[in-house]
Design a protein around this ligand. Structure first.
Ligand SMILES: [Fe+2]
Length: 402
């Protein structure tokens, strides 16, 4: 189990969880150096350096593995929304990819214009996001796969598109209208636009920020709000979502210290998508965490950063093995999850692509739930595997038909 604790609650012997370096914006003052705490002196040092929180791994003897725990958690959340009619993954993936690339072009334009102090093209953003929304309605798994598997050189752009796509997928799961989904997608695309007003040397600094630098970066939600407000055509719902995307459930966020009640629903959805993408991506790829571990960490943030029910629904929407995850099977082979199964989250649809020695094999599509229903219970997912550590680019396996 992963738990978020205050530094004052740390004790020698506790194990700090490794986290992506991109989460600092969401969790300022978070101590992230992995390993076991050795002494009280070390805790005092961490406190004196200004850290306030850490994630710790709590190992309970006999505790089932992460996947089984998440499955148990999802059973406790009650009914899922009704399963909707979807277009088959293989039919949708190419269309989704086009939509994704179109939004990528738009993201470049918007950020470029904002940097130059020009008007950003709101109407073109609405149009580009509309295709993302349409794709999410046809088959949300395609977008989740693309958000995990697309490798773009620049984190800034891929992050804003991923946040837009993941937020839209979650909004669709919650049953938002097409109009709301579009606003959500545009707000996701523009959520960090205010960073264009923060000096680049602060944005790109890899070392820990000092207090002044951090105070400056904390202004980016308000800068984004101001940039978009000047456009006059951007609806209030989007302005508020951009302004409040770093607010937290318990009021400990920024810039307004608004609690859940004072934060717009779109901002809360963007915040979940934003943290999930930051946890599972990393500029250098080395610190990205596996999707299901990221979900467990986010569950550990319930009641502090996130509304407990909303984060549970988010996990339910993405599934225990989110689409795009590389998984190790009981046969020793590896597959990519291409469609989650909300009714049986441990049994998604997978494409088996690698043998036990990680050599590519002719791919095979397997619906684990259907296979289990026919008595083929011998094949199951053992765990999520890390494509980065195996140096595998998964995207071609999913975007080609066979
Ligand atoms: Fe942000």
């Amino acid at each position: 189990m992963i738990k978020k604790v205050a530094i004052d609650e740390l004790k020698p012997g506790m194990e700090i969880v490794r986290l992506s370096s991109d989460v600092w914006e969401h969790l300022p003052n978070l101590y992230t150096v992995p390993g076991v705490i050795r002494s009280d002196a070390q805790i005092a040092r961490i406190r004196n350096e200004g850290f306030r929180h850490a994630f710790i791994e709590v190992r309970v003897p006999g505790e089932p593995p992460l996947e089984k725990r998440l499955d148990q958690l999802l059973k406790e959340t009650g009914e899922s929304p009704p399963v909707r009619e979807r277009v088959p993954f293989e039919e949708e993936i190419e269309v989704a990819q086009e939509a994704y690339e179109k939004v990528m072009t738009q993201a470049h334009r918007v950020i470029h214009d904002a940097k130059l102090g020009r008007k950003v093209d709101y109407a073109a953003s609405v149009e580009a996001v509309d295709e993302i929304v349409a794709s999410a309605v046809r088959n949300p798994n395609t977008l989740l796969c693309l958000s995990k598997l697309s490798r773009f050189d620049d984190y800034t752009y891929s992050h804003c598109i991923n946040v837009s796509a993941i937020a839209v997928v979650f909004g669709e799961y919650l049953g938002l209208s097409h109009h709301d989904l579009n606003q959500l997608g545009v707000a996701g695309l523009m959520h960090d636009l205010g960073k264009t007003a923060v000096p680049e040397r602060i944005i790109n600094k890899r070392a820990r920020l000092n207090d002044n630098e951090f105070a400056e970066i904390k202004r980016h939600p308000e800068y984004g709000f101001e940039i978009l407000k000047k456009q006059e055509t951007v609806p209030d719902e989007i302005l508020l979502a951009v302004r409040d995307h770093h607010e937290k459930f318990n009021g400990s966020g920024y810039p307004g210290h608004r609690t859940r009640e004072g934060t717009s629903p779109l901002a809360r959805i963007i915040s979940l998508a934003d943290v999930y993408d930051a946890l599972t991506s990393d500029r250098s790829y080395k610190d990205a965490i596996l999707p299901n571990k990221a979900l467990a960490i986010m569950y550990g943030m319930r009641g502090q950063d996130f509304d407990p029910l909303e984060v549970q629904n988010f996990i339910k929407c993405l599934g225990i093995f989110p689409s795009g995850s590389l998984v190790k099977l009981s046969s020793g082979f590896y597959g990519v999850v291409y469609e989650s199964n909300p009714a049986q989250p441990l049994l998604p649809k997978i494409k088996i692509i690698l043998d036990q020695d990680l050599h590519p094999i002719p791919s095979e599509l397997v619906d684990l739930a259907a296979r289990h229903a026919m008595g083929g219970e011998d094949l199951e997912i053992l765990e999520c595997a890390d494509p980065a550590s195996y140096r595998i680019n998964l995207k071609p396996y999913l975007t080609r038909r066979r």
